[in-house]
Design a protein around this ligand. Structure first.
Ligand code: HEC
Ligand code: HEC
Length: 388
């Protein structure tokens, strides 16, 4: 009963109903139907202790909202923020690496290298001096987030062009409206939403966080030994990487070099990001000089340099301290740093790339003709049946 005509018609109809044959694809943000919770994550109790609460840099005029951080998430992953649409913030700040970069120096939009190593962003929200970059040159997160866009190496774009590119899409105006109440797109709103997204990157689900309330009874003996060493006078780690977020309270000189190759904030002083997720952030330090935490611990143990500006937490009688840790103790410190890894944060879809390759929304003849094609097949089959 299958006549050649029917075969031809069915084949033609199938070709027409596969939209991707001639359809165009484009990258679009695919977001969940209801807003995710960025504004009020269920933080454990230690986040309300003074040392952490006072360090919160959220300003009164830009509180984090779910819609604002959602817009910030889309912007963070959008390559349109760079001159040639090749590079997004995430190109140098990878979620699986605590939002830092595996390379010592990062590659910008046209192949140039950044002057310093990328910084991890987990808990960037909590830095009491409210200054950003290793050398603290940005006076707020709102100010910081616009700089990579305009940086000649990183993204090389102008804010005017970014505003124009975003305005030409169909998805940004509604995202701005939901975040800020109107469809206007401007650099202040871009800055505010990016800053909100970064402040939403609160990492609070590490083994360490779970241990705080239960006196670290979840730790192995080695991790506990490392924790005690980290908090001890012997190493003084905690006197600089302080509170349950291992935060610095100001930039300091930790004696990487005898003479400052990079002056940082001045006198070779640098800020360190919170050590949350540090185990997945290699390489380490502002120039990415150490490729493992073992090397970092070896450095602190026996390699601190006699820098004239060395912080007094790492010197004694005018000399760099020698910690005298044996191999077991050094391994314990590294194991302790591993308890600061927050795997839920590193894989939380709320912080992941929302862009997906999808069929473009342009009118698609294949889709439109599907009902017609099916009707044609049915008509033919029916007419075949009745003619037999
Ligand atoms: C080409 C790589 C690259 C791109 C793209 C990039 N960054 Fe960075 N980011 C870096 C480097 C390198 C540093 C450290 C630079 C320094 O301190 O001199 C940094 C530092 C930061 C810091 C400071 C963190 C702290 O605790 O002080 C923030 C925040 C940040 N970037 C956010 C962003 C945002 C938002 C974007 C997109 C608009 C972005 N970055 C794009 C490489 C990049
Ligand atoms: C005097 C203050 C001070 C003390 C004490 C100190 N640190 Fe640091 N730490 C810093 C500074 C400052 C940086 C950033 C330096 C830079 O990049 O130039 C840093 C960076 C780090 C980093 C790299 C962070 C990153 O994102 O690359 C790790 C890991 C670290 N410290 C662990 C430790 C450990 C473990 C101890 C104890 C053995 C310790 N620190 C003691 C000040 C200190």
């Amino acid at each position: 009963m299958t006549s050649p005509i029917v075969v031809i018609v069915i084949t033609a109809a199938m070709a027409l109903t596969v939209p991707s044959v001639n359809g165009q694809t484009e990258l679009r943000p695919i977001l969940p139907n209801s807003l995710l919770n960025y504004a009020n994550p269920p933080l454990p109790a230690h986040f309300s202790l003074n040392g952490i609460r006072n360090a919160d840099t959220t300003p009164n005029d830009n509180p984090t909202s779910d819609a604002g951080a959602t817009l910030g998430r889309v912007l963070f992953y959008d390559k349109m923020l760079s001159q040639d649409n090749s590079t997004s913030c995430a190109s140098c700040h990878a979620q699986s690496r605590g939002f830092s970069d595996q390379d010592r120096l990062s590659t910008g939009f046209s192949g140039g290298l950044t002057a310093r190593h990328s910084m991890g962003l987990s808990n960037a929200r909590y830095y009491e001096p409210n200054r950003f970059f290793w050398d603290e040159r940005a006076a707020s997160l709102e100010e910081q987030v616009l700089q990579p866009i305009q940086d000649a190496v990183e993204m090389g774009e102008t804010l005017n062009n970014v505003v124009e590119k975003l305005s030409a899409t169909d998805y940004y105006p509604p995202l701005f409206e939901r975040a800020f109440g109107s469809r206007d797109i401007n650099s202040q709103r871009i800055a505010n939403s990016l800053a909100q997204f970064i402040r939403a990157m609160v990492s609070y689900r590490s083994k360490y966080d779970q241990g705080v309330a239960i006196n670290f009874s979840n730790f192995t003996a080695q991790e506990e030994q490392g924790r005690q060493l980290f908090n001890s006078r012997q190493t003084n780690c905690r006197s600089c990487h302080n509170t349950d977020l291992q935060l610095m309270d100001q930039a300091r000189n930790n004696g990487l070099d005898a003479a400052n190759a990079d002056n940082g904030v001045g006198n070779g002083r640098f800020k360190s990001p919170s050590l949350r997720n540090v185990s997945v952030r290699a390489p380490f330090m502002h120039d990415g000089r150490f490729s493992s935490l073992e090397q970092v611990v070896d450095f602190y143990n026996s390699g601190i340099q006699d820098n004239p500006n060395l912080d007094n937490r790492l010197s004694r009688n005018g000399q760099p301290i020698r910690m005298g840790l044996d191999a077991e103790e050094r391994a314990a410190l590294v194991a302790f740093l591993g308890t600061l890894t927050d795997n839920e944060f590193l894989s939380d879809s709320a912080f992941s790339d929302p862009f997906q390759l999808v069929e473009s929304e342009l009118p698609n003849t294949g889709e439109l003709s599907r009902p017609l094609a099916i009707a044609a097949i049915l008509a033919l089959l029916l007419s075949e049946d009745s003619s037999n």
